[in-house]
Design a binder for this molecule. Structure first.
Ligand SMILES: [Zn+2]
Length: 419
C-alpha cells in the first residue's frame, strides 16, 4: 500500500514536470468598446465625437510557454498604446515577467484616444477612467490566457498576401506584401489561435465619420474564427509613410465604409490561413525572450508638447527623451523584433533582412508608439514626407532603432531551424 502511494506520488511528480516540459499556448480576449461611446482619435489633435459603432474594440492576449519561459503577445484596438498604460497592465499580471509582455496596437483610427492628446485648451478628450478599465481588462485577458494555456504545437508561415489589401498611399508599390502567420494547434489537431503579422493602416473608416470601430481588424478576427483558425490576434508591422488599406475606388475615390472593412479583413484572414495551411508543424518550439530599454531624443516640438501635457505622464519627467521596452523574441524558427512606432517600410525590409529566423517578424507600434520612424536620409526630404517627418521624434529616430536592433539581433542566439 505504502509503495503504491509512493509510486503514485512519483508518477504525479513526473506528470507535473512533463506538463511543464512541453510547449503550451493559450489565448483570451475582452471587448472594450466604451458604453456610452467616446470620441474617436485618428492622430494628434482633437478627437471626433462618435455616434455609432461598427464591430467591437478588443484587447487580445496570446500566451506562449515552454519549460523555461513564458511570454504574452497582446494586441489592442487603439491608435497606439503608450507604455504609461502598458506598465499598468504589466503590474496586474502575476506569472509572466513584465519584460516578457509585448503590447501592440492595431492602429485603428476609430477608437478612443489612449494617449490623452492635449486638446489645445489645456485639457484632453481622453477618458482616463475608461483607459484604466481597458488596462484592467487587458490584464484579465493575459491572466486568463495563461491559466488556459494547454499543450500545443505551432505552425509558422511567411508569404505574400495576394489581392487588394494594402498599398502605399505615397507611392503605390512601395510596401511589403509579406504576411507572417503563427498558428497554435491543440492536441486534437485543431487550430485554436492564429496570429497575423502584416503592415497596414486600419483606417478604412478613419476618425472623421463619427464611428467607433476596430476597422478591418474586427472582420479579420471574425473570418479567422469562422474558417477554423480559432481566436485571431493581429500584430501590425512597419506600416509608416504610408502603407494603408487598399479601399480605392475608380476616379480617385475611396470606399471608407464597414463593407470595405469586411472585404479587406476577410481577404487578409483567407490569405493568412492559405499561407499557414501547409506549414510544417513544430512540435516543441523553444522560446527565448529578451528585453532592453530603448531611448530616443525628442527633437520635435509637437511631440515634446504632447509628452509634457498629457496627463498620462508620457515619456517621464524629462521631455527631451523617451524610453520604452524593446523586445527580441525567438519562437521556434521565428524571430520577432518590436518597434515602438510606425517605421517606414524600407526600414522594415532592412531589419527583416538582417534578422536571423527562418521567419522574421516585426511587431510595429509595440510597447509604445512614438510616431513615424524615418531614416535620416528620408527625414525632411520629399515634400510628401512633410507630415511623417513632423509626426516623428526627429531625424535620429530611424538610425537609433536600426543600430539598436542590429546589436540586439547579433548578440542574441539565433532561433532554431526547421526547414
Ligand atoms: Zn499611422
Amino acid at each position: 500500500m505504502k509503495s503504491t502511494s509512493l509510486l503514485f506520488i512519483i508518477t504525479l511528480v513526473f506528470a507535473v514536470n512533463n506538463c511543464f516540459a512541453e510547449f503550451r499556448a493559450g489565448i483570451a480576449f475582452r471587448v472594450v468598446t466604451p458604453d456610452p461611446l467616446l470620441p474617436v482619435s485618428g492622430g494628434m489633435g482633437p478627437s471626433k465625437a462618435a455616434t455609432q459603432k461598427a464591430g467591437e474594440l478588443n484587447v487580445r492576449a496570446l500566451v506562449l510557454a515552454d519549460e523555461a519561459t513564458k511570454v504574452a503577445i497582446v494586441s489592442a484596438d487603439f491608435l497606439g498604446f503608450p507604455s504609461a498604460l502598458g506598465n499598468k497592465v504589466r503590474a496586474q499580471v502575476k506569472g509572466i515577467p513584465p519584460e516578457n509582455i509585448l503590447i501592440g496596437a492595431t492602429h485603428t483610427h476609430s477608437a478612443p484616444d489612449a494617449y490623452a492628446f492635449p486638446d489645445g485648451k489645456g485639457g484632453t478628450a481622453a477618458d482616463l477612467k475608461y483607459l484604466d478599465s481597458v488596462c484592467a481588462r487587458m490584464a484579465e485577458a493575459i491572466n486568463e490566457a495563461l491559466a488556459k494555456a494547454k499543450p500545443a504545437s505551432l505552425k509558422i508561415a511567411t508569404g505574400d498576401a495576394k489581392g487588394k489589401i494594402a498599398y502605399n498611399y505615397y507611392a503605390d508599390r512601395l510596401y511589403d506584401p509579406r504576411c507572417h502567420v503563427m498558428q497554435c494547434i491543440g492536441e486534437d489537431g485543431k487550430a485554436f489561435a492564429t496570429l497575423v503579422n502584416y503592415a497596414v493602416h486600419p483606417e478604412v473608416i478613419g476618425a472623421s465619420r463619427g464611428i467607433c470601430s476596430p476597422d478591418l481588424i474586427g472582420p479579420l478576427y471574425d473570418r479567422l474564427q469562422e474558417q477554423g483558425g480559432g481566436v485571431g490576434i493581429f500584430m501590425n508591422s512597419a506600416q509608416g509613410g504610408m502603407v494603408t488599406a487598399d479601399n480605392r475606388l475608380p476616379e480617385g475615390k475611396e470606399a471608407r465604409d464597414w463593407d470595405e472593412c469586411v472585404r479587406i479583413g476577410n481577404l487578409l484572414a483567407d490569405e493568412a490561413l492559405r499561407l499557414v495551411r501547409n506549414a510544417p508543424e513544430q512540435k516543441s518550439p523553444r522560446i527565448f525572450c529578451e528585453a532592453r530599454t530603448i531611448s530616443f531624443p525628442v527633437d520635435s516640438p509637437q511631440l515634446r508638447a504632447v509628452m509634457a501635457e498629457s496627463p498620462l505622464g508620457l515619456g517621464g519627467k524629462d521631455a527631451t527623451k523617451v524610453s520604452t521596452q524593446f523586445n527580441l523574441l525567438n519562437i521556434g524558427n521565428a524571430q520577432i523584433l518590436t518597434i515602438p512606432g510606425e517605421a517606414l517600410p524600407n526600414i522594415g525590409f532592412y531589419l527583416k533582412r538582417n534578422m536571423r529566423g527562418e521567419h522574421n517578424m516585426l511587431f510595429g507600434l509595440c510597447n509604445d508608439a512614438f510616431g513615424y520612424i524615418l531614416t535620416r536620409v528620408d527625414w525632411g526630404s520629399f515634400k510628401t514626407y512633410d507630415y511623417v517627418s513632423r509626426v516623428s521624434l526627429g531625424e535620429k529616430t530611424g538610425e537609433i532603432l536600426i543600430e539598436e536592433a542590429l546589436k540586439f539581433v547579433t548578440e542574441f542566439p539565433a532561433p532554431e531551424k526547421v526547414k
